[in-house]
Design a protein around this ligand. Structure first.
Ligand SMILES: O=S(=O)(O)c1ccc(O)c(O)c1
Ligand SMILES: [Fe+2]
Length: 346
């Protein structure tokens, strides 16, 4: 029997995070990161970045405990929402068809619990709102332009990569060695990734990333956090990634969700775009300047909910990149060298 074609996914479009203090989250995402409020209710905030005309790219919903409630992809038309329903019913995963307005601003959609254990949505119709690309009168120094990607923790990266390749995603970069595939970056839009797969106990969310137009926007967030004496919210960076070539900063929000600010990756739109394969022993892979990766970046992630809002149990990862002896991480080599010495110091 002919296999059913996957839905035509355009891009990673929005995520819904559960936060335990909506006012604290509003301060962080609006007053500090500068996201724009499209809509606000007693228990939810609908936020977007300056280049976005679709209703939102981030929903913050008040709840008991921090969690990821949904990762949502936009597809190329309502017929692709139908295609998503057919594809995933055939795949045998849990599928829900939800009416327009289930999420404010979003039309009819299909929601699934994907084979990796994540709550995923596919939609097309949505409310259009003012695109603020040239509203320089509103934009702060650290303005963000758009949601760029999701990064998820999963115990079986090879299986996850195969699942997303079957969904029509291209593989832009990987981190591997002879025995393991530790991480993979996959795309539908013509940049490095819409989804990245990070080896670790999962399903958990590793981070959501927003793109900025230039490094200065990201450095302004660093300066703002310092000025507010909130520099402790910076987890990793600023720096230059090896994988993706992007300039980056990772911050943790009041509920410890990880947000990446990201700029200047590269075009991947030609059909023969080559996959960049990094050896896990190359200490430029995670930070091109060889700066160490902090332990929390490897070990911590956000709990994921199922479609009933219940936290998912975790599967444990077999291999661990963190344990591979690499100078850049400092951390792993330092363990070998005893107290205080960084592996990349002579
Ligand atoms: O740290 S990595 O260089 O592997 C990296 C590359 C791109 C990303 O978006 C990321 O979060 C992490
Ligand atoms: Fe990222």
């Amino acid at each position: 029997m002919a296999s059913i074609a996957p839905p035509d996914v355009i891009r990673s479009a929005y995520a819904e995070l559960v936060v335990t203090d909506l006012a604290a989250a509003r301060w962080f995402y609006v007053d500090v990161l500068g996201l724009v409020v499209t809509a606000e209710t007693d228990d939810a905030l609908y936020l977007r970045a300056y280049e976005e005309y679709t209703h939102h790219s981030l929903v913050l919903r008040l709840g008991e405990a921090p969690a990821l409630a949904l990762l949502s992809y936009r597809v190329r038309g309502l017929q692709e929402v139908d295609a998503a329903e057919a594809y995933f019913r055939d795949l045998g995963v849990r599928v829900q068809r939800v009416p327009a307005g289930t999420t404010l601003g979003i039309g009819e959609a299909v929601r699934i619990e994907d084979p990796l254990g994540f709550p995923i949505e596919f939609f097309y119709d949505c409310t259009h709102v003012e695109r603020l690309t040239q509203r320089y009168d509103l934009q702060p120094a650290n303005a963000l332009s758009r949601l760029d990607h999701f990064n998820v923790l999963t115990p079986d990266v090879p299986a996850a990569e195969a699942y997303y390749r079957k969904l029509g995603f291209g593989v832009s970069e990987t981190i591997e060695d002879a025995d393991n595939l530790y991480a993979a970056w996959l795309f539908r839009k013509q940049t490095v990734h819409d989804i990245a797969l990070t080896n670790g106990d999962g399903p958990r969310l590793h981070h959501l990333a927003f793109a900025a137009h230039e490094r200065g926007n990201i450095l302004s967030t660093c300066d703002l956090l310092g000025a507010l004496n909130k520099q402790g919210m910076i987890e990793r960076g600023p720096g230059r990634h090896g994988v993706s070539n992007a300039f980056y900063l990772y911050v943790r929000d009041p509920d410890n969700h990880r947000i990446e600010l990201y700029t200047t990756d590269y075009y991947t739109g030609d059909p023969d775009n080559p996959t960049v394969r990094w050896d896990v022993h190359d200490d430029r892979r995670r930070d091109f300047w060889g700066n160490p990766v902090v332990h929390s970046w490897y070990s911590e992630g956000t709990v994921v909910l199922d479609l009933d809002g219940k936290p998912r149990a975790l599967g444990s990862a077999a291999a661990s990149e963190e344990k591979v002896r690499v100078g850049a991480d400092g951390f792993s080599v330092a363990e070998d060298l005893g107290e205080g010495k960084l592996g990349n110091q002579v």
